[in-house]
Every structure is written in C-alpha cells, then in structure tokens.
Design a protein around this ligand. Sequence first.
Ligand code: TRP
Length: 429
Amino acid sequence: MTRVLTGITTSGTPHLGNYVGAVRPAIATSRASGVESFYFLADLHSLVKVQDATRVQRSTLEIAATWLAAGLEPDKVWFYRQSDIPEISELNWFLTCVAGKGVLNRAHAYKASVDRNRAEEEDDDAGISAGLFMYPVLMAADILLFNANKVPVGRDQVQHIEMARDFGQRFNHLFGGEYFTLPEAAIEENVATLPGLDGRKMSKSYDNTIPLFAPREEMRKLIASIVTDSRLPGEAKEAEGSHVFQLYQAFASAEETAQMRQAFAEGIGWGDAKQQLFERIDAEVAPMRERYHALIARPGEIESILRDGARRLREKYATPFLAELRQAVGLRDLSHRSEAQDKSLQKSTPPSFKQYRDTDNRFYFKFLDGNGVLLVQSNGFDSPKEAGQLIAVLKRADQADAMETPEINLLVPVQEVLTALGQLREADA
Ligand code: TRP
C-alpha cells in the first residue's frame, strides 16, 4: 500500500488552475487501487500568510466543499483539517529540535523574502515571521506523522519534501530507530499549468484567476476577457501558444481538442472560440457547482465530515505513533523503567559499597545501587577495619534481621537492600 499525502493551504478561493492542477488529478489518484490517500486542509500553514480570521474560516469552508463537490469520498480516503490533529503540532516541535537552522536558512521562500529586503535596503529579516522560517518543519510534520511515501507537489515544493527527508533521517539517526519513512516528491509532469486571464500562470498572486465556482454568467464574462491577439474571424490562428486553446485542451477530450485545432486553422473568431471554451468548462463544472452550493449551504455537515476524519485518523495512526515518538525522545512515564535502562543497569553497574573518611575523621561506608542511589548509610567507626568487618557481614546477609544493627541506616525498604545485596553477590561470583 502506497501512502499518498497532499495538503492544501486554506488561504484563498479555489480557481480553475487549482482544479486542473491539483484537485482533479488527486481525486483520480485516490481512486487507484493500492493507494491510501491523505488529503488535508493546511489551515495552520495558512496562518503564515493570512492574519484575517474570517478569511481563514471562509477559505477552509470553500476548499473543503470544493474537494467534496469534485468527488472526494471521505469514507475511502483520509480527509481532515490539520488543526484537528494536535499530534502534528507536537511532532512539529520534536522536528524543530532536530532540524538544522542552516538548512532552513536555504529555503527558497525564506531566501526570496530576505533577497527582497536586501534589494530594498532593509534589515535582512524585516517583516519575516518565525512562522515563515519554520514553514518547512511544519510541512515535514504533516508528512512524517503519517509516514507518507509519495507527496504530489508542484516544483516549488520539491525542496520542502527534501527537507522533510532530511529531518526524518536525522530523527531516525539520533533516536536510533526507523521511526519515519522518508517521503518522495511526485511531480505531476503531465498535469497542465493553466494560463490566467492575462496569459501568465493562473495564480491568486497575479490576480488573474477564474474562480472555479463563479456563477455561470460571471464565468462567461471572465472567459470573454482572456487576452488574445487581434486576428479577425476568418484569419487562421495558431493553436499552440494560444491561452484560449490551452484552457480548452485542459478540459476537452483528445477528439474535441483535435477539432478545435482544426477550427483555429480555419480561422474561428475569438468570440466563438471563447464561447466554445466556456461551454466546455461549464459542462464539467456545472454539476460540481450545484453540489458545491448545496454543501456550502450546510457548513455543519462539512464540519462533521472533517471532525470525523480527524477523529478516526488520530485513533488509527496519529495518537499511537506519537506515543511511540514520545518514548523515543524520552518524554516518558517516570514510574516505568524502560527495559533498556533495566538491562544496562544490571549489566554495567552492580550495586557497590563505598568506604570513606569524613571531615570528622571517622570512617564510614555507603551502599549504593547501580544508578548511584543511596540504599544504606553507616554511622561513623573509629577504624576502617571495623567498617570493613560490618561490610563483610552485610555482603553475606540474606535475611532482614541482619540489617537490624544500630550501626547502619536504611534509606529504602529492607527488601530492596536485600535484592541489591543479591545482585552484588551475583556480580562478584
Ligand atoms: N506547502 C504546500 C503548498 O503551499 C501545502 C502543504 C502544507 C503541503 N503541508 C503539506 C503539501 C504537506 C504537501 C504535503 O502547496
């Protein structure tokens, strides 16, 4: 079973580019056999960019509704909200403590911000939050907590997956176990990057997007506004390099695409081409749009789908795995001595007697267990010989009444002293 995991930052309204580049291929993958899929709303990550509570909430709702409307089946895949899994935040700290700061210094997003500051002759880190700097560590926690094998991402995220491997490997090495599977980036080569209204890559940061669930008439108007050259109807047009054509291709079958290529060569007018593009997109989007609006109208249902996903996922993987990781790093129940500790105790250091002369010039001894814990403290003797004689007696003692001498004080129950004396005899034998 291959585990495939993807996070979607909840910082905006889904557009056609998100749908074609991420949602549609991910849902196709989730239906493949031999794959266990994890899709989550990276709302903790969104806080790095967005400090507008209403927008975070709205975007989370819209993105969740989009995935469900597009056909994600929450009973067949893991579908959850990052902030509903507290184990992610806890692992984030464990990884923070193994991540090299120098590795994070080289993260592209952070470096780009530093470069902008330098260009503007600002302080290197002006306006950069520690959250932006730590972004790759939180992302590593998302991935490593579920031991994902493959992470489908765009090229801009490949470095983050490499960092997740690095942090996971360091943790495995430091704590001496194969705790984490090292993930691989899966770059979707044959997934189209859509052009936006102005021809640059469709992206919220260029403000050139077509919202996936824009009302029909608004979608038509937006498509009509895509920039083209000024060739007239009847003039032959290049299909390759045309943004209208690229968008059409992303939604059409091979046959429909071939027909459109032909129409371009025969001089279809831009108005007609855009109308056909609109109809083609609408044919795919309309049924989803209806489901989307039905879902958005019942946010409580989405809320319970997400909570239910997180609850089951925590129970099955996150909570038990984090318990193991807490053991690994030493966040342990103090009343349980780990087996390893007990073994090392017995093997390396048996209990021992220590004789010494104190500042009062009298002679004393102590009896300590293998961890150096004081079990017996003697009173003062006039000579080392007297102290040694009592030690010799104690070394042979296997009855509680042998401890009943005024010369010594027991600091633990007598039974523990007898057990330790037995261990000492075993070690001496
Ligand atoms: N950083 C990713 C993006 O901006 C979102 C993300 C957060 C993510 N955690 C992840 C993607 C874990 C894949 C795996 O697109």
